[in-house]
Ligand binder design. Structure first.
Ligand SMILES: [Zn+2]
Length: 375
C-alpha cells in the first residue's frame, strides 16, 4: 500500500460550483493534500476527516470556517488501494468490510468457476486425453468381468446371426480355434461359431467369442488360411482390442463406467454388428498380425496361410464384392502384405494340416443352418 498515492475525486464545498469540481489529491497517510482545491486549507489532517463508504465509492468530509467540504472518490472501495488505505486509517471497521467485500467477490468468482468453468475444463480434458482415459479404463476391467459382459452380449444379441451347427466346417473352425487358443495361456474361454453369411468376414467379441462367416471358408484356399485368420482374431481378443473399441464407442458414458465400474450398463446397442464392422488402428492390426504369426508357429501350423489369404483377397478385391467385409476392416495394403511376407520368410516349415479341403468346401453347400433360437 503506497501512503502517498495520488488520485482524483470530486470536491464539494465553499468556493466550488454546486455540481462540484474535479480535484487532484494525494494521501500521505496522515494528511490529505488537495492539490487543486481553489482556496486555502489545501491540506487536511487525518483527525479532521471523517470517511464513509458511499455505494462503491468513498466520501471524505471535513469542516472549514465557511461550511462543510467533501471529496467523493469514485473508485470502488474494494478495488482502490488508496480508498482502502484511507479507510484503514480513518475507519478501520469499514476498511475490514471493504476487504470482506473483496473476499466475497473472490468467492463468487470461485463458485462461478466451479459451476461453469470446471465442467468445461473437465470436458476439454476428457476429449484431449480420451485415448489415455480409455486405455486406463480397459486395464481396470478384470477378465472375469469382460467374460461376463461377452457372455451376456452373446446371449442377448446372437439372434442377429444365422448360426450353422454340426457341419464339417464347424468342426474345422472349432478344432483349429481350440488348437490355436491352447498355444498360449489365456484368461478367456474361447468359442468359435460359424455363421451362414456369404460375405468373407471373421470377427471377435471380447473374451473369446470368435465368429467366422461361411463365405470366408468358401473363399479360403486351405485350412492354413482359415487358421491364419483365426490366429489374427485370437490376438485381437488377447490384446482386448474389441473391448477397447467398445469402451471408446461408449463416449461420455465412459465417465459413468469410470465411476460405477459397471460395463454391463453399456450393453444397449447392436454390439455384435458394431464389432463385426469395427476398424482397429494400424498398430492394433500389426499387433494382431505379429502375435497371430507367433501363435500359429507355437500351434505347429504353417503361418504362410495368413499372408496368402489376405494377399489373394487384396488381388481379387474388385472382382469379389463379398470380400468387402474383411477388407474394409483389414485393408490389403502393400505395406501390410510386405510386413506379413517379411514375417513368413524365416518361418520354419510345418506339416500340412490334414483336411480334405475340396470335400470340406463342398460340404458347406449342404450345411443347413441351425434353426434360430426362439425369441
Ligand atoms: Zn484385425
Amino acid at each position: 500500500m503506497r501512503d502517498s498515492a495520488r488520485f482524483t475525486g470530486r470536491g464539494f464545498g465553499p468556493g466550488l460550483p454546486p455540481a462540484g469540481a474535479e480535484i487532484q489529491a494525494r494521501w500521505s497517510g496522515e494528511v490529505l493534500h488537495l492539490e487543486t482545491w481553489p482556496e486555502a486549507g489545501r491540506a487536511v489532517r487525518a483527525e479532521q476527516l471523517t470517511a464513509r463508504r458511499q455505494g462503491a465509492g468513498l466520501l471524505l468530509e471535513w469542516d472549514v470556517p465557511g461550511g462543510r467540504c467533501a471529496l467523493a472518490l469514485d473508485q470502488g472501495v474494494g478495488a482502490g488501494d488508496t480508498a482502502v488505505a484511507i479507510l484503514r486509517r480513518l475507519a478501520p471497521a469499514q476498511a475490514g468490510t471493504a476487504r470482506g467485500d473483496a473476499r466475497t467477490r473472490a468467492w463468487l468468482w470461485a463458485s462461478l468457476f466451479l459451476l461453469l468453468g470446471l465442467p468445461i475444463l473437465l470436458l476439454g480434458l476428457f476429449f484431449a486425453f480420451r485415448g489415455e482415459l480409455v486405455d486406463l479404463l480397459v486395464t481396470q476391467i478384470p477378465p472375469q468381468q469382460e467374460q461376463r459382459l461377452a457372455d451376456e452380449m452373446w446371449t442377448l444379441q446372437r439372434r442377429q446371426l444365422k448360426l450353422i451347427k454340426g457341419s464339417a466346417a464347424n468342426q474345422l473352425v472349432e478344432q483349429l480355434g481350440a488348437r490355436l487358443a491352447a498355444a498360449a495361456p489365456t484368461p478367456y474361454v474361447y468359442r468359435f461359431h460359424l455363421v451362414d453369411d456369404p460375405s468373407i468376414n471373421a470377427f471377435a467379441l471380447p473374451a473369446g467369442y470368435i465368429v467366422v462367416h461361411r463365405g470366408l471358408i468358401a473363399k479360403a484356399g486351405s485350412a492354413e488360411e482359415v487358421a491364419g485368420v483365426l490366429a489374427h482374431e485370437i490376438q485381437h481378443v488377447e490384446s482386448r482390442h474389441g473391448l477397447r473399441g467398445m469402451v471408446q464407442a461408449m463416449g461420455l458414458s465412459v465417465l459413468w463406467l469410470a465411476v460405477s465400474g459397471d460395463l454391463g450398463g453399456g450393453l444397449a446397442g447392436d454390439w455384435i454388428k458394431h464389432l463385426a464392422a469395427m476398424q482397429f488402428s494400424r498398430e492394433q492390426e500389426i499387433a494382431a498380425d505379429t502375435g497371430g504369426h507367433a501363435r500359429l508357429l507355437k500351434a505347429g501350423i504353417d503361418p504362410r496361410g495368413m499372408a496368402s489369404f489376405f494377399d489373394r483377397l487384396g488381388k481379387a478385391q474388385g472382382a469379389l464384392p463379398e470380400a468387402l467385409s474383411l477388407l474394409s476392416t483389414h485393408p490389403a495394403s502393400s505395406e501390410r502384405s510386405a510386413r506379413l511376407q517379411q514375417l513368413m520368410r524365416d518361418a520354419p516349415p510345418q506339416p500340412a494340416l490334414a483336411y480334405d479341403w475340396v470335400k470340406l468346401q463342398a460340404s458347406l453347400n449342404q450345411a443347413a443352418p441351425a434353426p434360430r433360437p426362439a425369441p
